[in-house]
Design a protein around this ligand. Structure first.
Ligand SMILES: NC(=O)c1ccc[n+]([C@@H]2O[C@H](COP(=O)([O-])OP(=O)(O)OC[C@H]3O[C@@H](n4cnc5c(N)ncnc54)[C@H](OP(=O)(O)O)[C@@H]3O)[C@@H](O)[C@H]2O)c1
Length: 301
């Protein structure tokens, strides 16, 4: 790591590291990495009043952390930490775990925030595997380190279920709603999360491309489309997926769908077809068989 790292201590994690008692409340937290996820966790944890130190990597991250008034982690902080979050890119989790393993206390729990990864992401070193490991994945699209976590969900997993009350406590302190995800299905779960966040942004870009084709350019397009998207989400919140769905497929209006397909630019029309078939699956029991079949033929054509 670029920042001066605490020197490794010769003593390794003990064999009993995985069997930990509940830490004194509130637990001491170290966050490694100060990017988007690390930043939003840091601001949330500080606001919640839990003892916190940061271990950023680059000089620039150190400067931002100090400027924001965070305390940097010294060797003793890593040693004494109850929870050590690795908020680094998914591909760096194994390497950072190996770099830190002799600096952490024997009972320090390692956590990652990667939605797609199970607990094997920390690697297979025997000392690491004996340590309690956990995942704390906020279901939040964090595009800036100061984005708020409060009001969202968080997926929890732990190698030792005795840790779960502590993770729940942290989630509630951050005003996050905890859910648990089966370890074996993490990729599938994460694909769902990505569809509702990053791919929603991609969908907005296809919608903006359609507006552009109609002569309405990006700023004006987003100014009109974002409130429209929020109104669709409100409909789902209030009435569920099938009853919250609006538009020509929900109304069984074949001619409007036909006119959309002929007016859309090619890349937007592919997205339109796939998602309209998905819409049809949501409402097909409400449509006459003839309309349903006509829509299906048109959209698959
Ligand atoms: N962003 C989201 O919406 C979101 C949501 C939920 C979960 N997550 C998860 O959060 C984790 C971090 O993602 P992010 O979006 O916060 O990424 P990010 O903004 O790119 O931040 C990554 C941070 O890790 C540091 N870093 C990079 N390589 C490192 C290494 N080898 N050793 C130590 N530090 C290293 C970087 O430090 P420097 O800047 O100092 O180089 C940077 O501060 C990932 O597991 C991701 O899946 C992200």
């Amino acid at each position: 790591m670029a920042r001066t790292r605490p020197k490794s201590r010769p003593k390794k994690a003990t064999a009993g590291a995985g069997r930990r008692r509940r830490p004194p409340s509130p637990p001491r937290v170290v966050i490694v990495g100060f990017g988007r996820a690390g930043g939003s966790l840091a601001w949330g944890i500080r606001k919640a009043g839990w003892p916190l130190t940061l271990f950023p990597r680059s000089g620039e991250s150190v400067r931002r952390a100090v400027q924001a008034g965070f305390q940097l982690a010294e060797h003793e902080d890593l040693r004494a930490a109850d929870l050590c979050f690795l908020t680094v890119p998914d591909t760096a989790i194994g390497r950072v775990t190996a770099d830190l393993k002799d600096d952490l206390g024997p009972k320090t729990v390692l956590l990652h925030c990667a939605g797609a990864l199970d607990l094997s992401a920390f690697g297979t070193d025997p000392d690491t595997v004996r340590r309690t490991r956990a995942s704390f994945h906020p279901l939040v699209a964090i595009s800036d380190p100061q984005d708020e976590l409060a009001g969202h969900a968080v997926a929890l997993a732990a190698s030792d279920r005795e840790l779960l009350p502590t993770l729940w406590e942290l989630a509630l302190a951050l005003r996050l709603r905890p859910i648990e995800v089966p370890e074996a299905r993490r990729s599938t779960y994460h694909a769902g999360a990505v569809m509702s966040a990053g791919l929603l942004v991609a969908l907005a870009s296809a919608a903006a491309a359609a507006f552009e084709e109609a002569g309405i350019y990006e700023d004006a397009a987003l100014g009109a489309l974002l409130p429209l998207m929020r109104s669709a989400i409100r409909g789902v919140e209030r009435r569920g997926l099938a009853r919250g769905l609006t538009g020509p497929v929900a109304r069984g209006d074949v001619s409007v769908v036909q006119s959309h397909l002929s007016g859309l630019p090619a890349e937007a029309s592919d997205v339109y077809r796939v998602l309209s078939l998905r819409s049809l699956a949501l409402v097909k029991d409400r449509l006459p068989a003839e309309t349903r079949n006509a829509l299906e033929r048109l959209l698959k054509g």
